[in-house]
Design a binder for this molecule. Structure first.
Ligand SMILES: NC(=O)c1ccc[n+]([C@@H]2O[C@H](COP(=O)([O-])OP(=O)(O)OC[C@H]3O[C@@H](n4cnc5c(N)ncnc54)[C@H](O)[C@@H]3O)[C@@H](O)[C@H]2O)c1
Length: 314
């Protein structure tokens, strides 16, 4: 449905989106305000595409085709001109995003969808002051966007239904799994859930209940596996037997309440909790091993996705 896509911001997520679009055969123009970053983005994108083909996620020829379809532009104007869809992924800074969107809408074609990757800012706040705010929407990916299917589409107060629907259809055409939020909330859905889990993970380590490695193991060998096939509601519904979720809450409610009473409630991360977690993970994942750790994560994700969603790998 869209043929040319512009990526504004070529950091981690901008690169990830570019790969996502390229894999599906789209033409991509990328712009980053930092010219050094732009050059680096191209190297990263090429390396990541090669990695994906070596691991059997995409055919080798797709790498060659993709590399012919991406252009790094020197100005935002050149990048967004003629694009049907613009994906903004600049720093998470409201003033900057507003400025970028005003500039983007000046040069983008009249019917282009203008989407933001923002993790916590709302489309309502970003679209303020735009001449055509109805075209602006949040389309929030999960890292790495070229593997994790979830995209949270969050309309702002002035976003049109048409923009939401076109974004949803576009995401589906990319093989993504879009959800459309009914209301804006900082962190959307998945990051709110992650924030709740992360706070307790830090708390468990801080209180000396378990080590950083064991908390990670508890998630990846336990609920993480199950969450890949059943979300928290279906899990609870199944746990209740014939009475479903109602019965599960009746039965497990008091036990959950006991846990909730002792969970962390802070809204500012205590420094000592960060120190404990950071010094431990740094011992196990040395800075020289970060790239390998990232590749290992992606390789495992590919294996998992091939099993769960074979149609994803093309
Ligand atoms: N990191 C994640 O896991 C993640 C996941 C989902 C969404 N996001 C969101 O994606 C966005 C980008 O995050 P990131 O992790 O890629 O950040 P990043 O720091 O890796 O990249 C941001 C890039 O934006 C560029 N930039 C800054 N101002 C610009 C401008 N005016 N025009 C063009 N480029 C500009 C920077 O040079 C930098 O390369 C944020 O809004 C973030 O909330 C991040």
């Amino acid at each position: 449905m869209f043929r040319k896509v512009a990526c504004v911001g070529g950091g981690l997520i901008g690169q990830g989106w570019a790969i996502t679009f390229l894999i599906r055969g789209l033409h991509v123009s990328l712009y980053d305000a930092d010219s050094k970053r732009s050059a680096d983005s191209m190297n990263q994108i090429e390396a990541r595409l090669r990695f994906l083909s070596e691991r059997g996620w995409i055919p080798v020829r797709r790498v060659r085709e993709a590399l012919k379809k991406i252009v790094v532009e020197e100005s935002l104007k050149e990048a967004v001109q003629g694009a049907d869809y613009v994906q903004e992924s600049v720093f998470e800074d409201l003033r900057l995003k507003r400025k970028v969107f005003r500039e983007v809408e000046r040069y983008a074609s009249g019917d282009a969808v203008l989407a933001s990757s923002s993790s916590s800012l709302t489309a309502t706040s970003i679209q303020k002051g735009m001449a055509h705010p109805e075209r602006c929407v949040v389309a929030h990916p999960w890292n790495p966007p070229y593997l994790i299917p979830l995209v949270e589409i969050v309309p702002g107060r002035e976003t049109s239904r048409e923009t939401v629907e076109r974004t949803r259809r576009f995401m589906r055409s990319l093989g993504k799994e879009p959800i459309i939020l009914r209301k804006e909330a900082p962190g959307h859905v998945a990051n709110r859930l992650q924030a709740a889990l992360l706070r307790e993970a830090l708390n468990i380590v801080d209180k000396g209940i378990a080590s950083v490695l064991d908390v990670d193991r508890a998630v990846t060998h336990g609920p993480g596996l199950r969450w890949a096939v059943a979300g928290p509601f279906l899990t609870l519904h199944l746990a209740g037997g014939e009475g479903g979720l109602r019965r599960a809450i009746e039965h497990l409610g008091p036990s959950y309440e006991r846990r909730w009473r002792t969970l962390a409630r802070w809204t500012h991360v205590p420094e000592k909790a960060v120190e404990k977690a950071a010094s431990s993970i740094e011992k196990h994942v040395k800075s020289t091993f970060m790239k390998e750790a990232e590749e290992q994560r992606d390789q495992r994700l590919i294996r998992l996705l091939k099993t769960l969603q074979p149609s994803q790998s093309r």
